[in-house]
Design a protein around this ligand. Structure first.
Ligand code: NDP
Length: 512
């Protein structure tokens, strides 16, 4: 296949994709035995041919990661690892416009989302974790946190303090885990990659990552960036393929830890297999996140937050706010405000600056969405969809709201990355807490009220990993993110996220 040129409608960067991509193993692209095609969900056009990694390919990737771990990465001083991470961060920042185009093409997300939100966060994750790489021994992890202050230690915050290699007692030092197998989904492909790879490398681990079958292109572009940054071969390996390849990575005996982002069903399988083999694992799974609008809320602000929280990425986010609970007194006012905003959303070409809602990521996902929406109607929920004229080709679903939804209906219980929200009213704060917590999930929630005490009261009772007050969906590399119950466990981001990539008390001595 030959490469094709793409660009943002109305101006902006253009990119040329290679016609075909190999697997990124041991620092270069290598062929595999089979290929598959990745398509644009907005046009169904084939974007590139990508290699399907089989058992022997995953074996090679894990072996490359092991060698790089033992010979180079785990013995490299933290400050040197930081330099590589910074180089990667700068390249990501410099190539952000081009990477945003690739992400929009392959995932269907609008360019305004990929360029203005995802890509800045991707670079920020690498900058942030570069800052940690040489400070892990001072971060108060494990035994180090419990130990009394050691007057012989240098203070790394003061200038001209010598940082001797062996200054810390061995048992107090955090160590890397080894080779990490990482499997991610399609909802925010490059951002999920950054959430996984940046902390893993900062902590001294090496990586074998499998992106989703339907969105492999930005992970492959990231592989090119690793090579351009001069990252030692084998520190990052990218193997593309389907769920079987994911299983090979997650279940590989040479992997020391599995980090997974995806569906609760696959997450449970991974948890079982990792537990059986005594491997560490963290799971970032789905959710049915709620927005709670209290009677005193700024209704227009809440309507904007609700619409942006679910529709702007066509629901392709684990934390998309698919449930809205609104105080009875302001129910009609809020529904009218949300509908007005939904009706103004423009669906269409993800590369058009004016597009609010892009394409559903794959035909398979569109089928799941259509099926669940039909079952909601059959269960008695009342549907309203915004006016929508989908293009002739591609995978599209209109922004949709369901009313008269009860907690027993499938639509209220199942999680799906989709451009759909359910709205129901509540009478008291206790009731809304019970109903919000009545799912198997617990990823995130939004609370809309002018009373600080009420938002604090609600936040303390909601079983959600993140609770936003008078806003929804803001992310920051320094703030840990993760869920309760079937939304997974373990945290990504911040100091908590580093713990997932470290063996805390141990014998490894970093040369800081
Ligand atoms: P899946 O669980 O189907 O897939 C996630 C990844 O796992 C993909 O790379 C997939 O490959 C791979 N995979 C599939 N089966 C297996 C298996 N048996 N063993 C190992 N790996 C496997 O989820 P989706 O891709 O459908 O992603 C959507 C889900 O992800 C939603 O539930 C969403 O809520 C959640 N999500 C969670 C986030 C969070 O941070 N909590 C962030 C974003 C999404 P393939 O692509 O070929 O299927």
């Amino acid at each position: 296949m030959t490469g094709l040129e793409y660009g943002v409608a109305g101006g902006g960067p253009s990119v040329s994709l290679r016609g075909s991509y190999g697997l990124f193993i041991g620092g270069s692209f290598v062929p595999g035995s089979a290929v598959f095609k990745t398509v644009s969900p907005a046009t169904e056009e084939v974007l590139a041919e990508v290699t399907h990694a089989a058992t022997e390919d995953v074996d090679r990737a894990v072996a490359a990661a092991r060698q790089a771990y033992e010979r180079v990465w785990s013995v490299l001083p933290g400050r040197e690892r930081a330099r590589y991470l910074l180089r990667i961060a700068r390249l990501l920042r410099d190539r952000a416009p081009e990477l945003a185009v690739i992400e929009s093409l392959d995932s269907g997300k609008p360019i305004r989302q990929t360029r203005d939100v995802d890509l800045p966060l991707v670079a920020a994750h690498f900058f942030y974790h570069a800052g940690w790489a040489d400070k892990l021994a001072y971060a108060g992890f494990g035994a180090a946190a419990a130990a009394p202050p050691n007057p012989t230690l240098p203070n790394p915050t003061l200038p001209n303090q010598a940082l001797p290699n062996q200054a810390l007692p061995n048992q107090a030092l955090p160590r890397p885990l080894g080779v990490v197998g990482q499997v991610i989904g399609w909802s925010s492909p490059l951002l999920m990659l950054a959430w996984k790879i940046a902390p893993a490398l900062a902590c001294g681990n090496t990586v074998v990552l499998k992106p989703a079958e339907s969105t492999p292109l930005t992970a492959l572009a990231f592989a090119e960036i690793c090579a351009e940054a001069g990252l030692p071969p084998g520190v990052v390996n990218i193997v593309t393929g389907d769920g079987q390849t994911g299983q090979l990575v997650a279940g590989h005996p040479g992997i020391d830890k599995v980090a997974f982002t995806g569906s609760p069903e696959v997450g449970k399988e991974i948890a079982k297999s990792a537990a059986l083999w005594g491997k560490r694992f963290t799971l970032e799974l789905g959710g049915t996140s709620a927005n709670i609008v209290c009677a005193d809320a700024d209704i227009e602000a809440a309507a904007r937050g609700i619409v942006e929280g679910v529709f702007i990425r066509q629901g392709h986010a684990c934390c998309a706010s698919s449930r809205v609970f609104v105080a009875r007194e302001v129910h009609d006012h809020l529904v009218a405000a949300v509908r007005r905003r939904m009706a103004a959303l423009r669906s269409g070409d993800p590369l058009d600056e004016a597009t609010d809602i892009g394409a559903v990521n794959s035909r398979g996902q569109l089928d799941k969405i259509t099926e669940l929406a039909r079952s909601a109607e059959a269960d008695g929920a009342v549907r309203w969809s915004a006016p929508h004229e989908p293009p002739d080709r591609g995978f599209w679903f209109p922004p949709t709201m369901f009313a008269r939804v009860s907690e027993e209906q499938r639509i209220a219980r199942e999680e799906l990355c989709w451009p759909v929200l359910t709205v129901s009213s509540f009478a008291t704060p206790d009731e809304v807490v019970d109903r919000t917590n009545s799912t198997r999930y617990g990823l995130s929630a939004g609370v809309w009220t002018r009373q600080g005490a009420l938002s604090a009261w609600l936040a303390a009772r909601l079983r959600a990993g993140v609770v936003w007050a008078n806003s929804f969906g803001g992310l920051d590399p320094a703030v840990p993110f993760g869920g309760f119950q079937e939304s997974g466990f373990g945290r990504e981001g911040g100091r908590h996220g580093l713990e997932a990539y470290l063996d805390l008390p141990g014998a490894w001595t970093p040369d800081v």
